[in-house]
Design a protein around this ligand. Structure first.
Ligand SMILES: Nc1ncnc2c1ncn2[C@@H]1O[C@H](COP(=O)(O)OP(=O)(O)OP(=O)(O)O)[C@@H](O)[C@H]1O
Ligand SMILES: [Mg+2]
Length: 295
């Protein structure tokens, strides 16, 4: 499966791209203040999706709305099965839009925004090497071969897999394969990066390094990020905005914009905010997902 999906599948009704943000809602310097352009705004309005299964319909999302400002980093947290991956797939144009709207700003040149996706399960081509997997999307974009190879190698090294360019996917651990998926998406230098629990299979030390790198790269590039995670601490640390989802059918319960103090992992403010989000999640899980419940 290709990591990037043409933006044709979605409506891009906002024609005007905005300039770089200088301040965020909390008044702190925006993380992309150094970026030369700000990525597209992504808006999800009233989205609903129902799966038809042999056991009857499953309402995954209902009236789900959120807006990710151009160039910002948004995290989506919610209980397992609440529809996070479904929502990401809809934004990516990989799942049908049954109800509601997805709007993504166009690029400053009027072209549809370029999207890249890091899937929850890395979908690598088993017959291609690590390098071949990262190169695939770059070749598809028509990037000259020498530049594509340089870029692919740079991002492979950045996710800590330098020296494994010639390895086959079956030789990689789950966390390594996930990092190839991350390198593949980042190498595309997309306008919008959609990430579905990208660090779930990665060890704690590598995860901390990758979080730092991701923050640095996305702040510098001005790309817009929608990042799904189960990890509340990760969401508060990384997110300019944290969207807290309800249990299924998923919708946004709360939108939080942590300030600099709340994002400092050693602060009491960080501990208080994460515990507040845990409480929200605990009370929003569907009854059959709470400990001790049976269906
Ligand atoms: N292809 C499908 N067919 C039928 N039901 C599905 C399908 N994909 C997801 N679902 C159901 O829709 C709901 C939402 O699934 P989804 O994968 O979006 O949740 P999630 O929030 O990403 O969960 P997790 O945190 O465990 O990854 C779940 O109840 C799931 O069982
Ligand atoms: Mg999921």
């Amino acid at each position: 499966m290709s990591p990037a999906k043409p933006a044709m599948a979605m409506e891009a009704t906002r024609e005007t791209a905005r300039g770089p943000m200088e301040e965020d809602a909390a008044g702190r310097p925006a993380r992309n203040a150094e970026a030369t352009t700000s990525g597209p705004e992504v808006r999800v309005s009233g989205v609903a999706l129902r799966y038809e299964t042999r056991n009857g319909p499953v309402q995954a999302l209902a009236d789900c709305s959120l807006a990710v400002s151009g160039g910002s980093f948004a995290c989506l947290v919610g209980p397992s099965g609440c529809g996070k991956s479904t929502l990401l797939d809809i934004v990516a144009g990989l799942a049908p839009l049954q109800e509601g709207r997805i709007e993504i700003d166009r690029r400053p040149d009027g072209q549809p925004a370029r999207l890249a996706v890091v899937f929850q399960k890395p979908a690598l081509f088993p017959w291609k090497t690590v390098l071949g997997n990262v190169l695939f999307g770059l070749d598809a974009q028509g990037i000259p071969a020498a530049e594509a190879r340089e870029r692919a190698r740079r991002f492979i090294a950045l996710v800590g897999l330098g020296g494994l360019e010639k390895a086959d996917p079956h030789e990689l651990s789950g966390g390594m394969a996930q990092r190839v998926g991350i390198a593949r998406a980042l190498a595309l230098e997309p306008d919008v990066l959609l990430m579905d629990e990208p660090f779930a299979a990665v060890d704690a030390q590598t995860r901390a390094l990758l979080q730092e790198e991701l923050r640095r790269i996305t702040a510098h590039s001005g790309m817009t990020v929608l990042f799904v995670t189960h990890d509340v601490s990760e969401a508060v640390y990384l997110g300019d905005t944290v969207f807290v989802m309800s249990g299924r059918p998923g919708r946004i319960l709360r939108t939080i914009s942590p300030d600099a103090g709340q994002r400092d992992r050693s602060s009491g403010a960080f501990a208080r905010l994460t515990s507040e989000i845990f409480d929200l999640l605990a009370h929003s899980a569907p009854a059959n997902a709470r400990p001790g419940a049976r269906e």
